[in-house]
Design a protein around this ligand. Structure first.
Ligand SMILES: C[S@@+](CC[C@H](N)C(=O)[O-])C[C@H]1O[C@@H](n2cnc3c(N)ncnc32)[C@H](O)[C@@H]1O
Length: 270
């Protein structure tokens, strides 16, 4: 198995082989012991999954679940796979969310609900609303709310059709990991990303459209002193900072991921 998987340079062959074994056989390597036998049917299944994975199909979609902090979220075609970088952004945001008593938090572009659910998990007195536009992703959002039992309000809607939500000074914190990849990168990304929905990845205006729109049009929905938190692409720090300056936010913190790249920002409405 590891040999097939190693043909894909984005694969971690040993780890992924173990994950697939556990997925197909229902037991991990420790439980199976060193001399475990595999039926012909299971062996065929494992080989076909290895081939799929070799061709770039994401491990997370095969397994159907993925860990975000300590939350086991359902994932599959049609929803973005939650990333480690997003955990880094959430970790930084938690400190600011916790500054408020019973904060009102809005997660825009919620996808699987990773951010909204993590906020509720680690800031339990927060009231959290999660907005997602696309049917497939929204289904995962609702499923993950049910699965985790965390009380998050899912809302099906379009960020750009915001009138209903932008009541003045509703939220203490607005957080978003929107689509941010420049459409000129389409076709140049690693094979795995090609299986994720384009609607979760690409945004017009060199990937900046959501930052411009949210900074400007959701500003009234933030309370004075409230925070706007964005995740962005590794090369977008300056552009996003400029957008926030133009909209008269005060930059509070730039968030650096574990690899040392700037990946997010916390700005305050002043
Ligand atoms: C980069 S993904 C982030 C998903 C999730 N927040 C996370 O961090 O894993 C962006 C999400 O925005 C959603 N989306 C795209 N356009 C949208 C729009 N106009 N209004 C609301 N959601 C949108 C996509 O379906 C996708 O789920």
């Amino acid at each position: 198995m590891a040999e097939i998987l190693s043909a894909n340079e984005n694969c971690e062959p040993k780890f992924e082989a173990n994950q697939l074994i556990e997925f197909v056989l229902g037991k991990n390597r420790l439980e199976l012991g060193p001399d475990f036998q595999v039926s012909e049917g299971d062996s065929e299944k494992l080989l076909s999954l290895c081939e799929k994975r070799k061709n770039g199909y994401p491990l997370q979609y095969i397994l159907g679940t993925w860990q975000f902090f300590d939350l086991e979220l359902s994932v599959g075609e049609g929803v973005l796979i939650p990333r480690r970088d997003t955990e880094d952004v959430c970790l930084a945001a938690f400190d600011y969310i916790k500054q408020f008593d019973s904060p009102n938090v809005l997660d825009l572009c919620s996808g699987s609900g990773a951010i909204a659910l993590a906020v509720k998990r680690y800031c339990p007195d927060a009231t959290v609303m999660a907005l997602e536009k696309f049917d497939d992703a929204y289904r995962y959002l609702v499923k993950n709310i049910e699965k985790t039992g965390l009380s998050v309000l899912p809302v099906k809607g379009d960020v750009f059709n915001y009138d209903w939500i932008v009541e003045e000074e509703t939220f203490d914190v607005i957080i978003s990991n929107p689509p941010y990849i420049n459409p000129d990168q389409q076709g140049k990304l690693q094979a795995e990303v090609g299986f994720e929905p384009a609607s979760a990845l690409f945004a017009p205006e060199k990937g900046l459209r959501f930052y411009k729109f949210i900074s400007k049009y959701y500003r009234p929905a933030l309370k004075d002193g409230g925070y706007l938190v964005f995740e962005y692409g590794y090369d977008q720090a300056k552009q996003v900072r400029d957008i926030l300056f133009d909209n008269e936010y005060r930059i509070i913190k730039e968030i650096v991921d574990t690899a040392g790249n700037p990946r997010g920002i916390i700005a305050q409405k002043v």
